[in-house]
Ligand binder design. Structure first.
Ligand SMILES: Cc1cc2nc3c(=O)[nH]c(=O)nc-3n(C[C@H](O)[C@H](O)[C@H](O)COP(=O)(O)O)c2cc1C
Length: 156
């Protein structure tokens, strides 16, 4: 079972969420590859090699995707992701009118690519603190458990 956690983060909050999600996946007895898209690069077509894809992004501008996501997002137009499952997460700020718009944009795009949404998106207000940290771990754990369940059912 291959799980990818790929994200962009300007000031570190989405990165923190990604770390907590991976902790949760590991607590469920699975592992995940974690990629910082801007630093390490990620080709959209590489997503097809994973069973579960977790994409994280903060929101910029007026509910927009950050510029570091532009190429990756455009390349998703040519990618077919049936047989994969996904979820989207991101740090957001309720001081802005369109709360976590980038998360919603990515969610729609992955659905268009044919990927199956395993759970609702996770929007976290700025940096995760206290109970929110546990909620992020739980999000990762639940994703891994649901994915495992889906794969086991398919094999029967
Ligand atoms: C210029 C600018 C525009 C922003 N626009 C939005 C927005 O429209 N919606 C939103 O939820 N957050 C918005 N944010 C807030 C960031 O998404 C938020 O600070 C987030 O915690 C950054 O995550 P990061 O630490 O992973 O970079 C904006 C931030 C900046 C600096």
């Amino acid at each position: 079972m291959k799980i990818l956690v790929a994200y962009v983060s300007m000031s570190g909050s989405t990165e923190e969420i990604s770390e907590l999600i991976v902790e949760g996946i590991e607590a469920a007895g699975h592992s995940a590859e974690r990629i910082h898209i801007e630093e390490e690069g990620l080709e959209a077509k590489a997503l097809a090699a994973y069973d579960g894809i977790l994409i994280g992004s903060y929101t910029y501008g007026n509910g927009d995707l950050p510029y570091e996501m532009d190429d990756f997002y455009d390349d998703l137009n040519d990618v077919e992701l049936a047989h994969t499952t996904f979820a989207v997460f991101g740090s957001c700020d309720s001081a802005y009118e369109i709360y976590g718009g980038a998360v919603d944009t990515l969610e729609k795009k992955l659905i268009d690519c044919g990927s199956v949404q395993l759970q609702s998106s996770l929007k976290v207000e700025l940096a995760p603190m206290g109970e929110e940290m546990e909620a992020c771990r739980q999000y990762g754990r639940q994703f891994a458990e649901r994915l495992h369940e889906t794969k086991t059912t398919q094999q029967k």
